[in-house]
Design a protein around this ligand. Structure first.
Ligand code: ATP
Ligand code: MG
Length: 564
């Protein structure tokens, strides 16, 4: 491809809208452009990288015995009503009506559609096992689309679904997909880790997320280097590591705390550490309101709360609800005198004595609060986010916390969808049984973005070779005909040898060419300049290491074509 004719609009400056480096670089390198919030177009360079990842995924899925299909994005409401998700899925499901007044949605995932397909065709245990997959757009009306294509509303996903006759079959399908994922992300040149993941309201017995390790990741991972335990903190169990001295209960006291609200402010005002404070958080969960008590220095884990309550979603109570229940504005809730609300507490509160809480009154707090005496003993559960140094739930050694980007997710579904939608088969004995399912997703665009998060420097992207849009770029440092002719020869020769090569044949200054080449991150730069005229050699620069060597065009072609 000649750059002079290539649609590659690069930007010199960082776009203001982009927070993370992959988003900035994908915009600057002319890979993507925004159409609307969370909705992006892929330009030629971006599409090439996307296709590279897609092809790796396709090859590994096929190798694992999965068969490719293509399912519709537009899905009828009836299917979603069968599983109850028309109601339960929430606002991420974009619903609409056609001219005949039939309800539809844009598919955020395809369990319903694939289960419908399979229930119509699969009859007998002889038709199983079966793994089907597709690589296609999804739509989720994400509450906070951000980071470009990393958390988009419209995005490309590979989703696979396995169908087995029994649990052992599911275990085998799951293992196959898990191994395929390891090969995929290794081939993409990523540093990643599979971690235990929450199975949440969907139920299911086992789940792993594949996390690309990166500081900018939205997920936090709890990792034990000693025994290899690795889990999303959403799930990681927080064993109680808090023991408190046996303190005498002191008299309850109300203190005036004018304008002092946050944990840090209250702690500083009262001259106590934040661990002496107990926060009272009010949540709405499918119609009910619950109060959750947790120590001031710890963070509540909403996923654990959701699972404990058995609901699909929890949200912080709105200010009106808080005022109605506590009689005070937000920031002063407390368990003393709080009635009509179920009170839960994290294990960190168990055994804590003489603590500080809000007084359900503006500008007031209670000190020396004790459960059992000042309010009924709450229900204790593990409800906090584990932190660095917490004991590993498996071996007890300290956990470390790192960040990751979830690029893939594998999930044992069991019979949730097949039971709801009556997707059954006849077993060897002729009995009708629900098919046992698994589902397996990979965010294709997110994988490209995650690769950039991990592989870049100040000058731009450094693509791992397997997913680079091109393998090499020729930079011709001048318009003179001898340089242009030599470049064209190299271009033809490399293309002929199967090397994907871009030729910067533009009438631009060398500085501009170097900058753009570094920005777009092609692994090899071939520089045809003054040296060529003097010695007949070109310079080969490796983008990742900056290593340079001088070679004859013939040696160069041989070197780059190696392994083709
Ligand atoms: P997240 O927790 O990040 O929202 P999820 O658990 O909703 O992800 P899944 O339903 O498991 O994601 O989807 C499978 C894969 O699709 C994810 O592992 C991720 O790579 C990708 N993905 C999910 N949501 C988005 C999105 N909004 N934009 C881009 N990719 C996404
Ligand atoms: Mg999501």
């Amino acid at each position: 491809m000649r750059l002079s004719r290539y649609f590659l609009p690069t930007l010199r400056e960082d776009p203001a809208e982009a927070e993370v480096v992959s988003h900035k670089l994908m915009l600057r390198a002319g890979m993507i452009r925004k159409l609307a919030s969370g909705i992006y177009s892929y330009l030629p360079l971006g599409l090439r990288a996307l296709r590279k990842v897609e092809n790796i995924v396709r090859e590994e899925m096929n190798r694992a015995g999965a068969q490719e299909v293509l399912l519709p994005l537009v899905q009828p409401a009836e299917l979603w009503q069968e599983t109850g998700r028309w109601k339960d899925y929430g606002k991420e499901l974009l619903r609409f009506r056609d001219r005949k007044k039939h309800d539809f949605c844009l598919g955020p995932t395809h369990e319903e559609v694939i289960t419908d397909l399979v229930r119509r065709e699969v009859r007998s245990y002889r038709d199983l096992p079966l793994i089907l997959y597709q690589i296609a757009p999804k739509f989720r009306d994400e509450i906070r689309p951000r980071f470009g294509i990393m958390r988009a509303r419209e995005f490309i996903m590979k989703d696979a679904y396995s169908f087995d006759a029994d649990e052992e079959g599911l275990d085998r399908s799951y293992a196959r997909m898990y191994e395929a994922y390891e090969r995929i992300f290794t081939r993409c040149g990523l540093r990643f880790r599979a971690v235990l993941a929450d199975t949440g309201a969907i139920g299911g017995s086992e789940s792993h997320e594949f996390m690309v390790l990166a500081e900018t990741g939205e997920d936090r991972l709890a990792i034990c280097e000693a025994c290899g335990y690795a889990a999303n903190v959403e799930l990681a169990e927080g064993r109680s590591r808090f023991t408190y001295p046996d303190e005498e209960e002191r008299p309850l006291e109300k203190v005036s705390t004018p304008g002092v609200k946050s944990v840090e402010e209250v702690a500083a005002f009262l001259g106590v550490p934040p661990s002496r404070l107990v926060k009272t958080l009010l949540f709405k969960a499918e119609g009910q309101v619950v109060a959750v008590l947790i120590r001031g220095d710890l963070e509540l884990n909403e996923v654990k709360l959701r699972n404990l309550l058995g609901v699909a979603e929890v949200e912080m109570a709105d200010p009106e609800t808080v005022e109605r229940l506590t009689g005070a504005p937000v920031g002063f809730a407390g368990p003393v005198g709080l009635s009509g609300v179920r009170i839960l507490a994290d294990l960190s509160v168990k055994g804590l004595r003489n603590f500080v809480t809000g007084a359900n009154e503006a500008d007031a707090h209670y000190v020396n609060v004790n459960y059992g005496r000042d309010f009924p003993e709450p229900e204790f559960h593990d409800l906090r986010v584990v932190t660095e140094g917490d004991p590993c739930p498996r071996c007890g050694r300290p956990l470390s916390i790192t960040r990751g980007i979830e690029v893939g997710h594998v999930f044992k579904l069991g019979t949730k969808y097949s039971s709801a939608m009556r997707a059954t088969f006849l077993d060897r004995e002729g009995r009708e049984r629900p098919i046992i399912m698994g589902c397996y997703g990979i965010g294709i665009g997110r994988t490209v973005a995650a690769a950039i998060e991990q592989n870049h420097d100040e000058a731009g992207i450094i693509f791992p070779r397997e997913i680079a849009p091109f393998e090499a770029v020729i930079l011709t440092l001048g318009p003179e005909s001898d340089l242009m002719e030599a470049s064209e020869r190299i271009y033809r020769e490399l293309s002929g040898a199967g090397v994907e090569v871009l030729w910067d044949d533009r009438d631009e200054r060398p500085g501009v060419k170097f900058k753009d080449a570094d920005l777009i991150g092609i692994p090899y730069q071939i520089i045809v300049g003054r040296r060529f005229r003097e010695t007949g050699e070109v310079e080969l620069k490796e983008r990742a290491t900056g290593r340079r060597e001088n070679l004859s065009p013939e040696t160069l072609a041989r070197k780059l074509a190696e392994g083709k």
